[in-house]
Design a protein around this ligand. Sequence first.
Ligand code: PPE
Length: 327
Amino acid sequence: MQASIWFNGKMVPFENAKIHVLSHVIHYGSSVFEGIRSYDTKKGHAVFRLPGHMRRLMDSAKINRMDVPYDQTELEQAALDTVTSSGLGACYIRPVIFRGMGSMGVNPINNPVETFIAVWEWGPYLGADALEHGIDVQVSSWARMAPNTLPSLSKCAGNYVNASLVKMDAVLNGYAEGIMLSTSGYLAEGSGENLFLVRDGEIVTAPTSLSILPGITRDSVIRLARDRGYSVEERQIPREALYIADELFFTGTAAEITPIRSVDKYTIGSGTCGPITRELQEAFFDIVHRGNDPYDWLTGVPSPADELTAAAVSITHLESKAELQSI
Ligand code: PPE
């Protein structure tokens, strides 16, 4: 059975979570969304950086002038409720805020803003062997959008038309993923991942000014690397730095930390996962798999039994309030 979907404040059976073909989002790509992972850690089910993701969702909505009828805390709770009700341990969580059906035409101001949260099981994003041995990628002929075109700090569905072109090109050419350059010609990111380079022990990544998505995994990896004594710099990086890097890797919620073993058929380092990439992967997996969480990045998912207890407590609470009122 497919997991129920939280839709405008209620849990709805999977098959009933539907929208109309005249919804604004279908015609104009007007939704903002998140991708979050819940893990089955050794210390219980837990969501990785839930407040960070929901904050970015609220930011995305604000940039797109969407008035969301829920606050960040309510959406965090709704995500936890959706995971609990699904019975899944490890899963991917997809909250979406979109413009529904109202008037037709580009102007979305009079269309309702609707929200749903879906969950599903999602294994390794870039192939079964990707995390272990790395992937082959190409530099895409499609550039990342320019900063004065679409807002990259907003994870808006419309931005992913660009990402899909990059991904299709890469896959049809036999690669696992494509890397986009910025319109100024510097390295930006993958279609659904941020990009890191390692050379002589120094780690570099593109700055957000090059229209990349400010990744939550990117931020986590920068923290993990600096706390292990590595220098991490955000700066403009020329394309050819890829070919002479010692190590390259992607970061993302879906991709986690995926090594890149070749770009445009140039072998990177020894053609497998490099030592610094492996060290950072292990630090990351220690948190999300073993549940060792020095940064307080995990939010525990209540079990269905906890939820029942909470419901019973609140019923008792309501009953005692009713008794007080009747006195
Ligand atoms: N850049 C882009 C363009 C991007 O879509 C993602 C996430 C990232 C960087 C990494 O961000 P973060 O997840 O916060 O570390 N891509 C999501 C969507 C993948 C999909 O195919 O859908 C994801 O990884 O969940």
